[in-house]
Design a protein around this ligand. Structure first.
Ligand SMILES: Cc1cc2nc3c(=O)[nH]c(=O)nc-3n(C[C@H](O)[C@H](O)[C@H](O)COP(=O)(O)OP(=O)(O)OC[C@H]3O[C@@H](n4cnc5c(N)ncnc54)[C@H](O)[C@@H]3O)c2cc1C
Length: 400
């Protein structure tokens, strides 16, 4: 089958899982969570279970932002290599942030198990390969750096990669800790469970205005209804960046494709996340229903500028790269799409308060690995509300 879809694979695979009413009355609560992607789902879950009266609103359907487009590779390795991050924020910071990535994968695994949510979560190793001869030494330095800090990494030669994974590539780092997930389903299931236990959820509820008062926040919707809450948590993804006077991150469009279910995938690839050192880098993984899912070819984001023609050109390039890495495979595409996400200079998210928005907390799990940052946001939001500190709040603060 060859179907070039404008919708992402996850939307087509899962369909509209759960739908909610739009807000048609005034409500009062402790905390309003704006945004119902994977971040909003995780944060609202934490708040609701901690006993805060929580309202979730979204201007779209649940999880229809980046969460519907993501390739959902869960890696502790962020877009900036650890040794380079150490140059930016210090060795202790880099090690802390990388270690937290590993913890996040563990936390998410446990959460899904506890809630009995089947969202295709699978533990995987992560292989980052050099994309050019020139990049090998940098990658080797990263390997040594991570190894010296106790991370479970292995240096694989070209021959070893070929033998293990039938891949034709330069050497790379194999990390033990990684995973993949269907983030769209995870977000939906989590929100729905909490909705059943009393959390209020409203989709298709755009906001007209937000008034930040000294002791509460008033949200006025397009339909003229109000939400009064003590605090508001923005889980609004890359679109949040428009709220700030300062430019905190770039936004990029990225392109993704997924293969047909059975096109001769090597069983060894089932447990592997693959990416390279290129800029932009190619990234790929298998899905729990036996497909190869790949992304890359990033370009600066411009509203409504990704045309079908451009997408097809990018996807063709992506598939050529995949087939170069796996010469004996013919990638037969099933679905292709484009999506967007925000990218920070240091690869870290913004999680915390902002002086221009009293009583607001932001959880912006930006970057190509935003999901693990969203998981970290769960604990951090509770700490902010309790007035407690955490080293991560220092590394993820706005004025860094
Ligand atoms: C193709 C692609 C591949 C990716 N690959 C990976 C990967 O492998 N691993 C990884 O970790 N991350 C990856 N990412 C990034 C990851 O998808 C994001 O970090 C993550 O989905 C962000 O989730 P979120 O809930 O913060 O944002 P979103 O999913 O964008 O959700 C934000 C929600 O807020 C709502 N919203 C926004 N503004 C308002 C408003 N004013 N009022 C009401 N509602 C509002 C939106 O409608 C949306 O539902 C990828 C992204 C893309 C596009």
């Amino acid at each position: 089958m060859e179907l070039r879809s404008p919708e992402s694979f996850w939307l087509l695979k899962n369909g509209i899982l759960y739908s909610y009413p739009s807000l048609q009355e005034n409500v009062e609560c402790d905390i309003t969570v704006i945004g119902s992607g994977i971040t909003g789902a995780l944060i609202s879950h934490t708040l609701h279970r901690a006993g805060y009266r929580t309202v979730v609103i979204d201007k779209r359907d649940v999880a229809n932002g980046s969460t519907s487009a993501t390739t959902s590779m869960l890696q502790y390795e962020i877009d900036v290599p650890m040794h380079k991050l150490a140059d930016m924020i210090g060795e202790e910071g880099a090690v802390t942030c990388y270690r937290e990535g590993i913890t996040s994968i563990e936390v998410l695994d446990l959460l899904l198990k506890k809630e009995k949510i089947d969202a295709g979560f699978e533990r995987k190793k992560s292989l980052q390969v050099a994309h050019s001869e020139k990049s090998i030494s940098d990658l080797e330095r990263e390997y040594q750096y991570r190894k010296s800090h106790g991370f479970n990494v292995e240096w694989l030669t070209t021959k070893q990669i070929r033998e293990r994974y039938h891949m034709e590539t330069l050497p790379g780092i194999l990390s033990d800790e990684g995973a993949s997930i269907d983030a769209f389903r995870a977000a939906h299931e989590l929100i729905n469970r909490n909705h059943h236990s009393g959390m209020q959820v409203y989709d298709h509820t755009p906001i007209k205005e937000i008034q930040y008062e000294p002791d509460h926040v008033k949200i006025i919707t397009d339909d003229g209804f109000q939400i009064h809450s003590k605090r508001v948590v923005f889980c609004t993804g890359f679109e949040t960046l428009r709220m700030f006077r300062k430019k905190y991150a770039d936004v990029i469009s990225t392109f993704a494709c997924v293969s047909e279910q059975s096109f001769g995938l090597y069983p060894q690839l089932k447990d592997l996340l693959i990416w390279d050192t290129d800029d932009p880098y190619i990234y790929m993984r298998t899905t729990d229903d036996g497909r190869l899912l790949a992304g890359g070819e990033d370009i600066p984001f411009k509203y409504n500028r990704v045309t079908e023609k451009m997408k097809n050109r990018k996807i063709d390039r992506l598939i050529k790269k995949i087939e170069k890495l796996f010469p004996s495979l013919t990638f037969i595409e099933d679905y292709t799409w484009a999506g967007a996400f925000g990218v920070t200079k240091d690869g870290l998210p913004f999680i915390g308060e902002h002086p221009d928005f009293p009583n607001a907390i932001f959880v912006l799990g930006l970057g190509g690995n935003g999901i693990t940052f969203s998981v970290q946001g769960m604990d951090l939001v509770l700490k902010i509300l309790a007035g407690e500190d955490d080293p991560l709040l220092h590394y993820y603060r706005f004025d860094r």
